[in-house]
Design a protein around this ligand. Structure first.
Ligand code: ADP
Ligand code: MG
Length: 372
């Protein structure tokens, strides 16, 4: 298949340089049997390249989703990975294969799994504050690189931050650029999909979104890594959205027992409702917390509402997905946005919700509006 130079749609990067091979994937790779993970439309399996015996992660992405051709979305994911290949904290793309039904991304294998697992553990392997500082620096370095290149990730959460090794604790790799967008095209974005516990208030309000929306998610992520608790999670999505929108957050001493006040200050600089007042990735990298030396063994982990809330599957899928039917913590928050060049922002194409009436779309509304 030829290299693709595609038209831009919805802020998506659509010109890719990687050759898409039509060879059978199995001609060049052995599947190592182990499934590494799965999401809504993808299953990721460990594989070994026959020529080198090197280990990779093969992400099998279905081209048709809910009756729609989503090949462009996959090209966008590839293009973003290409644009970030100079950054060590963004997962490396090795090769791409295409079949009638799927595109297969052969990725660097992050063998340590999701940082999620160490956020919710109570077996003594939870992160220390010192660990979190090191990992947060790496996440911010990767995200600052994306933001400098005008790319927003839009789905930063512990399931999409992987580790090169779990024990000893390795480096992070940012994965899953399926929702990422370029911020410098004039185009309309019809659907923004995120994950309720990590989504920024401006997205819920259909207000302009920007690179600052990722910074909100990093604030939530840091909170979860330090405390094992998800700061905005409620009994249901409506409650989670309301907590987020009201920035209803627990900074009590109980929750932050054993955690430095600089860490709390760092989180507070990110969980700011006004995106313009939120710290940027570069500013965050200069925060004193990241250059502090907390007690090496301070184990800030608490478990009260953590594991249960984090493990909760959010929503069932609107149709059965034969390739990847896993319970997924993803959720589809749909809005209609317009990208604004120059400002690096997406502008709303519809009115914000009024909380006094119907604060958030109900499940049937979401299904109707859902696209890829
Ligand atoms: P989705 O878009 O379906 O969420 P992801 O890219 O997030 O797909 O992959 C789903 C899961 O597969 C991840 O949460 C992670 O557990 C695993 N995974 C993805 N990429 C890799 C990789 N390069 N190495 C190891 N595991 C991976
Ligand atoms: Mg994912």
């Amino acid at each position: 298949m030829p290299d693709s130079a595609m038209m831009s749609k919805n802020g998506m990067l659509t010109t890719i340089h990687t050759r898409i091979s039509a060879d059978p994937f199995t001609a060049n790779y052995d599947l190592a049997g182990k499934e590494l993970g799965r999401g809504k439309f993808a299953v990721v399996k460990k594989c070994i390249e026959k020529a080198t015996r090197k280990q990779y992660a093969a992400k099998f992405l279905r081209k048709r989703r809910r009756g729609k051709d989503c090949r462009m979305d996959i090209l966008n994911e590839i293009a973003v990975l290409e644009s970030a290949k100079a950054n060590p904290y963004v997962v490396a793309l090795h090769e791409v294969y295409e079949t009638n039904t799927e595109i297969i991304l052969v990725l660097e294998c992050a063998a340590g799994g999701e940082i999620f697992d160490q956020c919710v553990t109570d077996d003594g392997t939870a992160f220390t504050e010192k660990d979190v500082i090191r990992l947060a620096k790496q996440i911010l370095t990767g995200v600052a690189f994306l933001h400098r290149n005008n790319v927003v990730h839009l789905d930063l959460k512990p399931q999409n931050i992987l580790l090169t090794s779990a024990r000893p604790l390795g480096e992070i790799r940012i994965v899953d650029f399926g929702l990422s967008r370029r911020m410098d095209n004039i185009t309309e974005v019809r659907e923004i999909v995120g994950t309720p516990e990590y989504v920024a208030p401006e997205i819920l309000n259909y207000e302009p979104i920007s690179t600052a929306s990722d910074m909100w998610s990093i604030g939530v992520l840091t909170y979860v890594m330090l405390t094992g608790q998800s700061p905005f999670v409620g009994e249901n999505n409506q409650e989670t959205f309301l907590n987020t929108s009201q920035v209803n957050i627990d900074y009590s001493q109980d929750t932050f027992e054993g955690i430095s006040s600089l860490a709390v200050d760092f989180i507070k600089s990110l969980l700011v409702k006004n995106p313009r007042k939120r710290a940027t990735a570069d500013e965050s990298l200069n925060h004193p917390w990241l250059n502090s030396l907390p007690h090496p063994h301070s184990h800030p982990h608490l478990h009260a509402r953590s594991a249960s809330s984090l493990d909760e599957p959010e929503m069932s899928q609107s149709e059965s997905e034969p390739e990847s039917p896993a319970p997924s913590p993803e959720l589809d928050l749909i809005g209609s946005y317009l990208m604004c060049p120059g400002q690096g922002e997406l502008k709303t194409g519809r009115a914000a919700f009024s909380f006094s009436e119907s604060p958030f779309p109900t499940r049937p509304e979401i299904q109707q509006e859902l696209m890829c």
